[in-house]
Design a protein around this ligand. Structure first.
Ligand code: GDP
Ligand code: MG
Length: 249
């Protein structure tokens, strides 16, 4: 049976992480992850100032798979993900947000897409909030939701990636397939997903968007306008960089 590492980037998540730890524990007990062997739950604390790392460590007696790594000072979600991807040991990695905005049982359809017996078993399955079958239970603000759609439209136009939602924080990744290009990833903040998918496309990996349930959680760390503009320019920058990158992944 393949092993699974869960990877959660966390910036000042003292308030939202405990419930997420409880939810992972109860999901494990319910057998949500049973198609894989849950090996580790990595919390990458990114220069938090609210005791996030200690809160995660305190939970270890209830969830012995917990591993905590701290990056200081804060360097961004993408950087935390890259750090975690290099540390973890599972065959598969489920990247998820600290606020459990995508309920943990949504792992099941992602795993099904990846573990299908046929040759079409995907190497990356990304949760999507914007395809048929997606359910947005609690919605984000109108501005945030539509800026997200505009961003994804720009991503399709600039990169040629065909996906409707690259930014949902719930992705299942086959580690042996992405490991060869991990050291080439540069985007330290919120456009990290697009860069990973672009390198995966370049490496010829099969990828799929899987509709998921999504419930917006209060306490977002993202500033839709400021971060949105930065993400847009990062996408242009990465597109140019990848076009001129001669090293094969
Ligand atoms: N490591 C790290 N994680 C971050 C940073 N900013 C946000 N995150 C994490 O990214 C995830 C999603 O953040 P959130 O604010 O809920 O984003 P939203 O749901 O898209 O508004 C959470 O796990 C956050 O802790 C950061 O600067 N560093
Ligand atoms: Mg959130």
């Amino acid at each position: 049976m393949p092993s699974l590492s869960i990877l959660i980037p966390a910036f000042n998540e003292a308030a939202r992480l405990p419930q997420t730890m409880e939810l992972i524990k109860s999901s494990k007990e319910k057998g949500i992850f049973k198609s894989m062997e849950l090996a580790e739950v990595w919390i990458i604390d990114d220069g938090s100032k609210d005791g996030t790392a200690q809160i995660a460590k305190n939970f270890a007696p209830g969830l012995p798979e917990i591993r905590v790594h701290s990056v200081t000072p804060n360097q961004g979600k993408g950087n935390a993900i890259h750090t975690g991807l290099k540390l973890l040991s599972g065959d598969w990695c489920l990247i998820a947000d600290a606020d459990s905005a995508t309920p943990w049982d949504q792992f099941i359809p992602l795993a099904q897409a990846c573990l299908s017996n046929t040759s079409s078993g995907f190497r990356i399955a990304m949760g999507s909030r914007d395809i048929e079958g997606s359910v947005r239970k609690e919605r984000q603000s109108w501005l945030r939701e539509n800026l997200g759609r505009l961003f994804n439209f720009a991503v399709r136009l600039i990169t040629g990636l065909p996906f409707k939602d690259t930014q949902c924080g719930f992705k299942l990744i086959h580690m042996p397939s992405v490991r060869p290009f991990l050291t080439l990833l540069r985007v330290k903040r919120f456009a990290w997903d697009v860069e990973l998918l672009l390198f995966a496309k370049r490496a010829g990996l099969s990828m799929v968007e899987v509709p998921v349930v999504w419930e917006h959680q209060e306490g977002s760390r993202i500033n839709p306008l400021k971060d949105g503009i930065e993400m847009f320019f990062r996408v242009i920058q990465m597109r140019i960089r990848i076009a001129f990158l001669s090293v094969e992944p």
